[in-house]
Design a protein around this ligand. Structure first.
Ligand code: PNS
Length: 163
């Protein structure tokens, strides 16, 4: 039984994240998507932890071996808690590499029983990120297709109120 954890802030989840989750779920027996509270990231998340978890739960409802859980501790401790032995990360353009390499090294140092593995983003999602999606939406651009429809609508609503 191979259980993995796919961590992130997911503010909000994008089609790129969902592609990685789907591909990881196909090679593992079970995948736990770990949604980090990340209260300090980028001036605070746009969506609450419950909203972020809910978006992913509904977008992955068709994947029977995927569960979604919030976490607010060290990733390796969270992985241990849920019985995962592998951390799955998506890797986009080269700019991701340095940060991901550092996190993988530190996590390995913290717990040698947990391995980090990377799945390469497909070209279509190579430059897609939650922060780019928020920036586009904030300036009135359409992010349809880059996030689940429900997230697109929630962003329109949320950003309309703050504009
Ligand atoms: O989607 P993000 O914001 O790039 O995800 C970053 C995340 C949540 C994976 C990372 O910040 C993390 O692992 N946070 C948990 C705290 C932790 O374990 N930090 C040490 C990692 S070296």
């Amino acid at each position: 039984m191979k259980r993995g954890v796919s961590p992130g802030t997911f503010d909000p989840v994008t089609s790129g994240h969902l592609d990685i989750i789907e591909r990881a779920s196909a090679i593992l027996d079970e995948l736990v998507v770990g949604v980090a509270h990340s209260p300090d990231k980028g001036g605070g998340p746009l969506f609450s932890i419950d909203e972020r978890v809910g978006f992913i739960e509904r977008a992955t409802a068709h994947l029977s071996n995927v569960t979604v859980r919030p976490f607010d501790n060290l990733l390796v401790n969270f992985a241990r808690e849920v019985g995962a032995t592998v951390i799955i990360k998506g890797l986009r353009a080269v700019t991701d590499f340095e940060r991901e390499f550092q996190m993988a090294q530190l996590n390995y140092r913290l717990d040698r029983d947990i391995e980090t593995m990377f799945i390469m983003a497909i070209p279509e999602y190579m430059y897609l990120s939650s922060s780019a999606v928020k920036e586009i939406a904030r300036h009135g651009g359409s992010v349809r297709g880059l996030v689940p429809d429900e997230v697109h609508e929630a962003m329109q609503e949320r950003l309309k109120r703050s504009r």
